[in-house]
Design a protein around this ligand. Structure first.
Ligand code: FMN
Length: 325
């Protein structure tokens, strides 16, 4: 069971990014020792049987352990959606989004980060899920608070008391969005109040960050978000058995070379192929966001990056990459 690991490492759910193809590539290149949290999906859309949303939840067995994340505001609806997901896909956990700051969630439907302002509703959602007896752990991903970091000290114990099996805490407030530094010390203060496992999230981008974050927070594990984009190798870095190092990033392979190292290139092409299989002809346009991350911060590839931002087909991608910088 992934939750019993001595030190859990997780891929963070990221809308439009941690989809099937990306998660699969992470697993293929980084091995089995981390848990995948897929991008959030709407509980309402799942209950409506929306085909596109259900398709977003499909996964390959190789991706396990895998947790599916729901956002929603109505306890009974979230429960029903979780029941549907468990029955259809048998994920290794169900996570509830209580941290997303986008107005689409926090606005009229009062889900995502808005639940940090409505403890009663948040608690009801967790309690309702526990009643369902899903046979899969229930976790919540949240932030330090809406406006103040101390809010989590009151919120997290309530989620635990309602029956949450694990909490992930992003060390920022909703007001901060994604800027400013994640406050690991505050995550450490919350962790001390909890009996259930807690994962620390925010600004963890290397094995050194993992080590420092665990030391500061005393957390049971870490969750890595943006540090994994364009860097599916990152999960190897915590695994002592692996000989690979986190410096196996696309960026590092360019130093002094005309074109990317073959193994790195093959991973990008594998990701592109899976993306194409999943989203069909013409989907290289939406693959460009991943390409931008693969080459983010790589020196001397400005022209290549410009070419990549124009690719429309797999052949064009191949040609641009083989042509090198
Ligand atoms: C593009 C993007 C999409 C995100 N989508 C989700 C999401 O679907 N569910 C969620 O709980 N958090 C989402 N987040 C927040 C991340 O999971 C994570 O908490 C945040 O990026 C901080 O971690 P990091 O500093 O490691 O990136 C998203 C973040 C980004 C950048």
């Amino acid at each position: 069971m992934w939750m019993d690991e001595r030190s859990i490492v997780a891929l963070a759910p990221m809308a439009d990014m941690t989809d099937g193809p990306f998660c699969r590539v992470c697993r293929e290149v980084s091995g089995p020792d981390f848990v995948i949290f897929r991008e959030m999906v709407s509980a309402e859309a799942i209950c409506r049987g929306n085909a596109k949303t259900l398709k977003m939840c499909e996964f390959d067995a190789i991706e396990r352990p895998i947790v599916l994340q729901l956002f929603g505001a109505e306890p009974k609806q979230v429960r029903q959606a979780a029941e549907i997901l468990v029955e259809k896909f048998k994920p290794d956990g169900i996570d509830i989004n209580m941290g997303c700051p986008v107005p689409k969630l926090t606005g009229k439907v009062n889900s995502g980060a808005a639940l940090m302002k409505d403890h009663e509703r948040a608690v009801k959602i967790v309690a309702e899920l526990k009643k369902a007896d899903l046979g899969a752990p229930i976790s919540v991903k949240t932030r330090l608070g809406w406006g103040r970091e101390e809010e989590i000290l009151e919120f997290a114990p309530k989620l635990e008391a309602a029956g949450a099996d694990l909490l992930t805490i992003h060390g920022r407030t909703k007001t901060q969005g994604y800027s400013g530094k994640a406050n690991w010390e505050m995550i450490g203060r919350v962790k001390k109040l909890l009996k259930i496992p807690a994962l620390a999230n925010g600004d963890i981008n290397s094995s050194e960050d993992i080590r420092r974050c665990l030391e500061i927070t005393g957390a049971d594990g870490v969750m890595i978000g943006r540090g994994a984009l364009g860097n599916p190798w990152i999960f190897r870095c915590h695994c002592e058995r692996s000989e690979a190092t986190p410096s196996d990033k696309a960026g590092d392979c360019f130093v002094g070379l005309q074109s990317p190292r073959d193994d790195i290139l093959n991973v990008i092409l594998r990701h592109a192929q899976l993306h194409l299989e999943r989203y069909g002809e013409g989907s290289m346009v939406t693959f460009r966001k991943h390409l931008a991350y693969y080459f983010k911060g790589v020196p001397g590839v400005k022209e290549l990056k410009m070419k990549l931002m124009r690719v429309k087909t797999f052949d064009e991608l191949l040609l641009s990459l083989r042509g090198g910088a």
